[in-house]
Write a protein that binds this ligand. Structure first.
Ligand SMILES: [Zn+2]
Length: 469
């Protein structure tokens, strides 16, 4: 009898245990490629496989996932959303106006987001980005502010929810816009956070560490990573931060982790196709880290890859022609090329157009007849005009102006990228977001939940349901 009771209770225990894992996605990854529409992904696939006179496209990991669908992303104020309105929808299930973080369109209600709900339910939470951690997308997964531009207020709110791991970029204005406010890093430390902003501190982070803000030492002063195309070999990548994040927050109860590839959007705003491609590759590399984790625990892990919106109204092909193989000749971001030009202007203000053309050829391939990149009169005239503006006209080009502040002067780098993109058949319709629905790629526990065309407000509802929250 006792033996039978034991067997019954053992069976019951196993059934409950099995039932729980059967029902719930314990480990959930949400990857958001900022600005990453279907064309951004496909252009990257073309780039990786491109050879002259050969049509071939091998899939990126995200495109090999079994569930492929699309998601609408309009905001409460426009068919064309901004990152904060889209990320608010994806984190809270509510639409808001463009510009608002985690609050209702009238700014009166602060919505509870998926990170708060997951924390309350006992899950660990990680929030990662390759741009500033107080930027629109990551901010919408913890903060509630009237405007995305309130970077300081966002960074001050960051430590209030006991989120376990922040990883990636730094704070945009840690001492406020004017630099006269109490430091938001010190505020986080006061609230129990540890800042790891060197390789040494990053490497020391280990499983079970709590309240971590891990910041890439290789970043621009504004807080975002350097461009993936310019990355030095030993610099930390989004994949490194993802791998470390998994190590830090892995636990028996489970976790929710949001990882943003933030600079795909920035490259698209600047119509810098090749830098965009390298950002998508870096983002895909981060997904590979989650996929390694998934392979060990496929019955309990869910990976969702999507975007907030498309940026640049990008299309592949102009008049049936594409030459993605030509894109390989660009070996530097437009931003870093701008910096080169600015330095050159300072050291050698009388530098000749021919010298500049040599540099354009070295970094963009343009002018190299042997690889099919000769320049015609129209293209030379465009470059000459940019040269005249930048070097003769004494117009200042701000190397860091790609996204945060726009300048009207088209720089040599922007002009070179424009010509190269045209030759490759990469066509930009604008320098801003478009309203096109965005790809959703899913693998793992409950994947079928995402198989039909849905709206971005349904995304957190689906995830919470699968997590059993
Ligand atoms: Zn954007």
């Amino acid at each position: 009898m006792i033996k039978n009771m034991m067997i019954i209770s053992m069976t019951l225990f196993c059934a409950i245990g099995y039932g729980q894992t059967k029902q719930n996605a314990k480990y959930v990854f949400l990857f958001i490629g900022d600005g990453m529409g279907a064309s951004q992904v496909y252009t990257t696939e073309m780039y990786l496989n491109a050879k002259p006179n050969e049509i071939k496209s091998e899939k990126l990991l995200m495109n090999s996932f079994p569930v492929n669908s699309n998601m609408t992303n309009y905001s409460a104020s426009s068919y064309v959303t901004t990152s904060c309105a889209a990320a608010t929808a994806m984190s809270t299930g509510f639409k808001t106006n463009n510009g608002i973080i985690g609050k209702s369109p009238d700014k009166k209600i602060a919505y509870e987001n998926i990170s708060q709900k997951a924390k309350k339910a006992g899950f660990k939470v990680g929030i990662l980005s390759s741009v500033m951690i107080d930027h629109a997308t990551p901010a919408s997964f913890y903060a509630h502010q009237d405007s995305r531009n309130m970077y300081y207020e966002i960074s001050m709110e960051l430590p209030n929810y006991n989120i376990d791991y922040f990883g990636g970029g730094g704070f945009h204005h840690p001492k406020g816009k004017k630099g006269d406010q109490p430091d938001s890093f010190e505020n986080a430390i006061k609230k129990g956070y540890t800042i790891a902003d060197s390789h040494e501190e990053f490497n020391k982070l280990k499983n079970g560490d709590e309240k971590i803000i891990a910041i890439n030492p290789e970043k621009y002063p504004t807080g975002e990573f350097y461009w993936a195309i310019d990355k030095k070999e030993d610099a930390l990548s989004l994949a490194d931060f993802t791998k470390k994040g998994i190590e830090v927050i892995d636990n028996d109860k489970g976790f929710f982790m949001m990882v943003e590839g933030g600079k795909i959007d920035w490259a698209c705003h600047g119509n810098d196709g090749v830098s965009m491609v390298h950002e998508v590759i870096a983002f895909n590399d981060a997904i590979k880290e989650a996929f390694e984790f998934y392979k060990e625990r496929p019955d309990e892990t869910l990976i969702i890859v999507t975007a907030d919106h498309e940026t640049g109204a990008l299309t592949t092909g102009i008049n049936y022609a594409t030459h993605p193989e030509l894109l390989k000749y660009q070996i530097i971001s437009v931003q870093e090329f701008k910096r080169k030009m600015t330095e050159l202007k300072n050291t050698d203000p009388k530098v000749s157009f021919n010298t500049i053309l040599d540099l354009v050829q070295a970094d963009f391939g343009l002018g190299n007849k042997d690889v099919g990149l000769s320049l015609d009169d129209k293209e030379l005239a465009l470059l000459k005009s940019a040269y005249n503006k930048q070097f003769k006209g004494h117009k200042k080009v701000n190397a860091d102006a790609d996204y945060l502040t726009k300048t009207k002067t088209k720089s040599m780098g922007e002009t070179a990228a424009y010509i190269l993109n045209e030759k490759a058949g990469i066509n930009w319709g604008s320098g801003n977001h478009s309203g096109t629905p965005i790809p959703v790629r899913v693998i793992g526990k409950g994947q079928e939940e995402f198989s039909e065309y849905f709206d971005n407000t349904d995304l957190p509802k689906k995830i919470l349901k699968l997590m059993g929250i």
